[in-house]
Ligand binder design. Structure first.
Ligand code: ADP
Ligand code: MG
Length: 427
């Protein structure tokens, strides 16, 4: 893909936007872009530099994302709404064409990485709560203040403030920024090796230091708690490539399959509440390590039909009015509102599933299911809004209310320790 219209090849030390940003290392990539850790020489801190492929359709998508991200930033001057912050954007001309670039605040690992790190066993409920609270603050802001539907909420698109591995964090590992490509090496190959070796050496040293500190703290309790110990689970919603304004939609099919709401499958029209469905799927996955729905096509039925069947097995039968209400309903349901090609459903209600399969206590299962079930209402308009969900007792156990900061200029909006949400970058 590193050809005309495709990705822009980046070398460590490369400069962008007239030398303001300097590439440090690759952070990740998507279908449309590569994302680099870069040093912002005017702000003296690290940023994430997203460099879009150059072909027209990618540029178009980037322009849309920049438009949404600009609205998101403009509406949140204090950067406290649990959504990724766009810092800057510009064009960069390279051998493969003209690339739109977005400069974003540098965040850490995605929740998907966190789930994997915990070996798909699920993360402790208090952390699931904190993450849900952050995501809901973000969604409430997007929905109520901006009229934006995210349309692709999932663990991959919620990033932690920090990396799980401290050596991957340029600030915590004490990295000094690379400010230029060493001279006398125009093609950069060897240079990169030297720099990468240096980085690895530094990282190893940092790891050694951290394990030393852990060992000195000692104790068996430390060991069993180690898995998520010290991981701050504050997070932000990212990836606005698929977001849209509720009154200006362009796609019928939105959301990643496993997090897709039933009204999207049935093409019955959608609104903000699709994000609430995805949030419930995400919360379940965090708590159990398993995706809530993993539909597959089978003998005589499609992936969509399996998906609808799985939803009903977990949540009960879809009301007839909802089942037959979409443009695609006739493909899946008969006029009684029963699936045409999957006749026998094996019901396994959410609270029972949490106890039987995931060893939740009866109490935890009931409370968690009471939070999730309304978000998974088949009737989109009956799902609670993000604002309403933030008031749910599951998110507000009596002993944690003191951690909330009520924003006085905006009564009714609950912020979660927002004053601490800025990333702190050493100079
Ligand atoms: P695409 O739209 O091409 O899928 P994403 O915005 O999802 O690109 O970014 C691709 C990857 O880059 C992400 O999965 C993540 O690993 C990394 N990434 C993106 N934004 C940031 C950020 N602000 N901070 C740290 N890493 C990021
Ligand atoms: Mg992505």
């Amino acid at each position: 893909s590193y050809r005309k219209g495709g990705y822009h090849a980046v070398r460590i030390g490369d400069q962008f936007s007239g030398g303001r940003y300097i590439a440090q290392r690759k952070l990740g990539w998507g279908q449309f872009s590569t994302v680099w850790l870069a040093y912002d020489t005017s702000a003296s801190n690290y940023v994430a530099l997203k460099i879009q492929k150059s072909a027209a359709q990618f540029a178009q998508a980037a322009l849309h994302e920049i438009e949404v991200l600009s609205a998101v930033a403009d509406g949140d001057p204090s950067n406290s709404m649990c959504v990724i912050r766009l810092i800057d954007h510009f064009k960069h001309i390279g051998p493969n064409g003209q690339h739109l670039c977005m400069v974003l605040e540098f965040l850490g690992d995605s929740l998907l990485r966190l789930i994997k790190y915990n070996r798909y066993k699920g993360i402790p409920m208090n952390k699931v709560r904190e993450i849900c609270r952050c995501a809901l603050v973000g969604l409430d802001y997007l929905h109520r203040e901006l009229g934006i539907i995210h349309a692709d909420l999932k663990p991959e698109n919620i990033l932690l403030f920090s990396t799980i591995d401290p050596t991957k964090d340029p600030v915590r590992s004490g990295l000094t920024p690379i400010l230029e490509r060493p001279e006398g090496n125009p093609n950069g190959g060897a240079t990169m090796n030297i720099i990468e070796k240096k980085l690895k050496r530094r990282a190893r040293r940092a790891v050694a230091k951290i394990s030393e500190r852990r060992a000195s703290m000692g104790g068996e309790a430390q060991k069993s708690e180690r898995k998520l110990d010290g991981i701050d689970v504050r997070c932000k919603v990212v990836d606005f490539g698929n977001a849209c304004w509720a009154d200006k939609k362009f796609a019928e099919e939105i959301q990643t399959r496993q997090y897709r709401a039933p009204e999207v499958i049935l093409q019955a029209g959608y609104s903000f509440s699709v994000d609430m469905w995805s949030l419930a799927c995400t919360a379940f996955e965090l708590a159990t390590g398993d995706m809530m729905f993993t539909p597959k096509a089978g003998q005589g039925f499609s992936e969509d039909e399996d998906h609808l069947a799985l939803m009903m097995e977990l949540l009960g039968k879809m009301p007839r009015k909802v089942a037959i209400g979409g443009a695609r309903s006739k493909d899946y349901f008969d006029r009684h509102g029963d699936l045409k090609r999957i006749r026998r459903l094996k019901f396994w209600p959410l609270d029972k599933l949490l106890v039987d399969k995931y060893n939740f206590s009866e109490n935890d299962a009931r409370e968690f299911a009471e939070f999730l079930s309304p978000l998974l209402d088949f009737s989109p308009e009956k799902r609670p809004t993000a604002q309403q969900s933030l008031q749910h007792p599951w998110l507000n156990p009596r002993n944690t209310t003191q951690n909330e900061i009520r924003n006085e200029s905006n009564p009714g909006k609950v912020n979660v320790g927002m004053s601490n949400l800025q990333i702190k970058v050493g100079k």
